[in-house]
Design a protein around this ligand. Structure first.
Ligand SMILES: [Cu+2]
Length: 489
């Protein structure tokens, strides 16, 4: 049962779900109990009285991002900042959202990690409501589970590298838990992103691959990946933004988000350890200390760092080139100034199973094998590669695979390519059941990175009817057909 709001004028679509009469006005973004989460340039959303207006307003408009000297990026963002403003919600408290679109292009706004209905999930594939050009869209969402979520554009980009998550349309959403998540002195939200994207042409091997498949090679450049001119954390390149100021002995809770269109990352803070407490916003069964956090596209990691090694350090990519291109932020202890200590980044031993229980996940009612393969760029795809699941690239004309509510499904990802794929399931949370044959349980996520030639199994139980999109969150792969639709009955 839905009711339409009277449009305030212009090209408006509204969807408001039934609300309880106990809905009360509350502040979104200003509930800064822990104090210093307000890091430039993430700002709080202005508070709204729900009697007069929405709890959360997102305005999609052109914005210029001062990433570094000589790198002022003209893009599209939310509410005039990149990342968009930090949005705080409360577990179980309904939120009235209003999205306005100041651009000439239709947009899809996806609430990533929220079990919302397909109509407001923000994807074309699920027939969600669109934010019309020069128009707006209103609806209500209720965050069901606490944790680090995010909001981003779900528009297709194809060969237009200004669209989708190549743009500045992303922001953190933090759903406050009903109970305190643990002891910390400072809470910091960090979102990574890359700028000035360009296509990288393939080498001879790619040309040979293409010739084998298509029998011809004279159809133009083979574009196999996207490179970037400059990279950032919270919209600033390393050394250009404000450092994170800490004190010796402080415990800092980092909320890390990979808001890249295409780049999986490894993050370290030399001479410090991350105590990982949550993955994709969901507390892990076993909190573990690691020296390197792996952060696939769209993944979130919550980790507490004990600041016990005074100095100036770089929290950033372990890759010298990536960090050198801006993907890092300075950590400055009180009383310490100057350049960061040079340190060889540690090696990664990241493995999802280390955070899980040492026992098997519950048996599934149905097993769904999903074989992932790459098709080299061909004459009909603008020089872009394509991806298939079980031999098929996504086609909206195909009937979605039917699932039933309350049955437990095991998705078996069999990656027969060399690339690591950050796979995202919409509107649901899954539980990791196995990584390369190693069984585990209790790690609940909405994105899982399946590395080259790996097999990963995840279980989920849909509790809501409607279309559910599963796709690779690497934007080039998604645009290249790497997605599949389920229809939950
Ligand atoms: Cu992929």
């Amino acid at each position: 049962m839905t009711s339409m709001l009277a449009p305030p004028g212009g090209n408006t679509t509204s969807l408001v779900l039934p609300m309880s009469s106990t809905r009360r006005a509350f502040f979104v973004g200003l509930a800064a109990s822990a104090g210093s989460f307000l890091r430039d340039p993430i700002q709080a959303v202005v508070a709204y009285d729900t009697k007069r207006g929405p709890d959360v307003s997102l305005r999609i408009s052109r914005v210029s991002v001062d990433v570094a000297p000589g790198h002022v990026i003209d893009t599209v963002g939310y509410n005039g900042s990149v990342p968009g403003p930090l949005i705080r919600m409360r577990e179980g408290a309904p939120v009235l959202v209003e999205i306005s679109n100041d651009t000439d292009r239709p947009e899809y706004v996806h609430w990533h990690g929220f079990p919302v209905s397909a109509s407001i999930d923000g994807t074309q594939e699920e027939n969600s409501l669109v934010v019309p050009p020069r128009g707006n869209l209103r609806y209500q969402i209720t965050p069901r589970e606490a944790g680090a979520r995010w909001v981003h554009s779900h528009a297709m980009a194809m060969n237009d590298l200004t669209r989708g998550v190549y743009s500045g349309q992303f922001g953190f959403v933090y759903v406050e838990p009903k109970t305190d998540p643990g002891r910390y002195d400072q809470e910091v939200f960090l979102a990574t992103h890359e700028w000035e994207p360009f296509f990288v042409e393939g080498d001879e091997t790619d040309a040979q691959d293409a010739q084998e498949v298509f029998g011809e090679t004279d159809w133009g450049p083979v574009q196999v990946e996207v490179g970037y001119g400059i990279r950032s954390i919270n919209g600033r390149a390393l050394g250009y933004g404000e450092p994170i100021r800490v004190r010796d002995g402080e415990r800092v809770l980092f909320h890390l988000l990979n808001a890249s269109a295409t780049e999986n990352l490894q993050i370290s803070l030399p001479e410090h350890e991350f105590l990982v407490t949550a993955l994709d916003g969901n507390p892990v069964p076993r909190a573990r200390r690691v020296r390197v956090v792996e952060l696939g596209v769209a993944e979130r990691v919550d980790a507490i760092v004990e600041m016990n090694n005074p100095g100036v350090w770089i929290l950033g990519s372990t890759d010298d080139d990536v960090r050198g291109a801006g993907l890092g932020i300075l950590i400055e202890y009180a009383g310490r100034k100057g350049t960061a200590t040079r340190a060889k980044p540690p090696a990664s031993d990241w493995d999802y199973t280390m955070f899980g229980e040492n026992r098997e996940a519950q048996a599934a009612d149905e097993r769904i094998p999903l074989v992932i393969e790459r098709v080299p760029p061909g004459p009909d795809t603008l020089g872009l590669e394509r991806w298939t699941i079980n031999g098929k690239s996504f086609d909206p004309a195909d009937a979605p695979k039917r699932l039933r509510q309350s049955l437990r499904y095991r998705l078996i990802f069999d990656n027969r390519s060399a690339d690591a794929h950050p796979l995202h399931l919409h509107r649901n949370t899954f539980e990791i059941a196995a990584v390369n044959g190693k069984q585990t349980s209790g790690v609940r996520k909405d994105v899982v990175v399946v590395k080259g030639y790996q097999e990963v199994e995840v279980d989920f139980t849909p509790h809501q009817a409607g279309l559910v999109l599963l796709h690779c969150h690497q934007q080039m792969h998604m645009d290249g057909g790497f997605k599949i639709l389920f229809d939950v009955l």
